[in-house]
Design a protein around this ligand. Structure first.
Ligand SMILES: Nc1ncnc2c1ncn2[C@@H]1O[C@H](COP(=O)(O)OP(=O)(O)OP(=O)(O)O)[C@@H](O)[C@H]1O
Ligand SMILES: [Mg+2]
Length: 477
């Protein structure tokens, strides 16, 4: 056969196949899912535009809230789902196209829902896969698809897809949904902590209840709590007036002192005193999310970002995602928030010495450093009373105070627990531990074989040189 003949035969065959496809397509009814979407949009599938935006896992509830608010302004929403194999891996337009060509079978189905937290003890239902027919701000019909994280399929984050006949309609709807989402942000005013879930080691945000501590429950030297509170809450209270007078709002507080003296306790007190202030608590390995936390704080201000035990980070030679050691990532995050933001960074440490150099090299991050010291005699008496020895006579309290020099609040809490336990062992319904119970408990805790307990509770040993950190950062006597 001549080459030309072969070519024309091939062309003829190609033509035949094309026409055969056309015939089949015409004879096959439009799949229900495609008919539903294109029917609502009054537009052919090939002319549709899809605008997508993705958000982090922890924004799913806010996205749902934003979507709900958007729909509430536009009549009764009708959600529906999609059934069919592989929908998780495809964009909605791809699903529609595949269904239309008869490659895959996708049908309208049930909406997928999940439950997610919107507070320390409150949850809502969120759509993890669903479509809804509504209108764009310009009145044009649109179909919105909402998707949540699908860990099973390795997909992180949630997203919204807006399908419309024109890009202008889709974009305007997407922007309005995001505006509503920011307005109804469920993270605003909450106490949040970044953690690592057991699933695939991905990140998530947990809500914590707001502590309620009175100033009488925080035993610190006179004036310390007031100084801290003025710096953090006081500046916030006068934020507008300060800004109007050209003053910056961003602030950095460093609480330093031995373990168990009340740094975390003080932070908890501050949280309780500042209802409505978004607080993000970062500790341990979650610190690698510091950039996200800082962005969140800026968006949800007034806000506080607490970085616990920052010395652990100073030690850390490991590199963060951004490529610099974590401490510098932290400083960058602190710098990255504009001076006009009502955001406070609170750092706690029991190794201020380790941080001093780093902070001195990059000044301006911390504008108030407060020492939280071991309690003096007056504070020790106050701690004893606070934690259960309120009924004790002054004369009985004095020897206990004298013998507990160098002990921290954690030590007193444990002392009182043991005293109460002793009193319970004698009498199942005791009034309160007596001086004898307290003395017995104290002696037990001071005994040599309990020296590690004392160390762990932050106490100096009575006769030794006391507990110190060696140059390697390890505990040494
Ligand atoms: N100054 C204080 N007044 C009253 N209670 C305190 C005080 N300090 C500590 N406590 C009690 O002891 C517990 C432990 O203290 P906290 O966790 O605040 O210590 P810390 O200074 O943060 O120690 P670390 O350096 O180990 O983190 C607190 O939960 C609180 O109940
Ligand atoms: Mg602490």
């Amino acid at each position: 056969m001549e080459i030309d003949e072969a070519r024309s035969l091939a062309r003829a065959l190609q033509q035949l196949v094309r026409e055969a496809h056309g015939l089949i397509d015409e004879s096959r009814p439009v799949p229900e899912l495609v008919a539903r979407v294109t029917g609502h949009l009054s537009s052919a599938l090939k002319d549709l535009v899809c605008v997508t935006q993705s958000f982090r896992n922890w924004e799913h509830a806010s996205l749902q809230r934003g979507m709900d608010a958007y729909l509430a302004e536009r009549g009764e929403p009708a959600w529906y789902g999609v059934s069919g194999h592989g929908r998780e891996h495809n964009d909605t337009v791809d699903i529609l196209t595949a269904a239309n060509r008869g490659f895959e079978r996708f049908d309208p189905g049930a909406v997928d829902y999940a439950t997610t937290a919107i507070g320390s003890d409150e949850t809502i239902e969120v759509v993890t896969f669903g479509l809804v027919e509504t209108t764009a701000p310009d009145g044009a019909p649109i179909v919105v698809c909402l998707r949540g994280p699908a860990e099973m399929f390795g997909r992180e984050g949630c997203r919204v897809e807006v399908i419309a006949a024109t890009r202008a309609s889709a974009t305007a709807a997407r922007e309005e949904i995001e505006r509503q989402m920011r307005r109804h942000d469920v993270l605003r005013g909450q106490i949040l902590t970044f953690g690592v879930s057991e699933h695939r080691g991905n990140s998530l945000v947990t809500f914590l209840p707001r502590p309620a501590l009175g100033p009488e429950q925080v035993i610190l030297p006179d004036g310390v709590l007031e100084t801290i509170e003025r710096h953090v809450a006081g500046i916030g209270r006068h934020a507008e007036a300060l800004l109007a007078r050209g003053q910056h709002l961003k602030r950095g507080l460093l609480l330093h002192g031995p373990p168990g003296t009340g740094k975390t306790h003080t932070v908890r007190y501050l949280m309780g005193r500042m209802p409505g202030v978004t607080t993000v608590v970062m500790a341990g390995s979650a610190l690698r999310f510091i950039s996200e936390a800082a962005t969140m704080a800026r968006r949800l201000q007034p806000a506080i970002v607490v970085v616990e035990d920052v010395d652990l980070v100073a030690h850390e030679r490991r590199f963060s995602d951004e490529g610099s050691p974590l401490l510098f990532t932290l400083f960058d995050a602190m710098d990255g928030i504009g001076a006009d933001a009502d955001v406070t960074f609170v750092l706690t440490t029991n190794r201020a010495d380790l941080l001093e150099d780093a902070l001195a090299n990059r000044p301006g991050r911390v504008d108030l450093a407060v020492e939280v010291p071991k309690p003096d005699a007056a504070s020790r008496a106050a701690l004893l009373r606070l934690y259960g020895a309120a009924g004790l006579a002054e004369a009985d309290l004095e020897p206990l105070v004298a013998r507990t020099e160098g002990m921290t609040a954690s030590f007193f809490k444990e002392l009182l627990r043991r005293a109460v336990l002793k009193s319970l062992e004698e009498d199942p319904a005791p009034e309160a531990p007596t001086a004898a119970h307290l003395t017995a408990a104290l002696e037990e805790m001071l005994r040599a074989h309990e020296s590690l307990t004392r160390t762990l509770l932050g106490a100096r040993s009575a006769d030794g040189p006391g507990v110190a950190y060696g140059p390697d950062g390890l505990l040494s006597e």
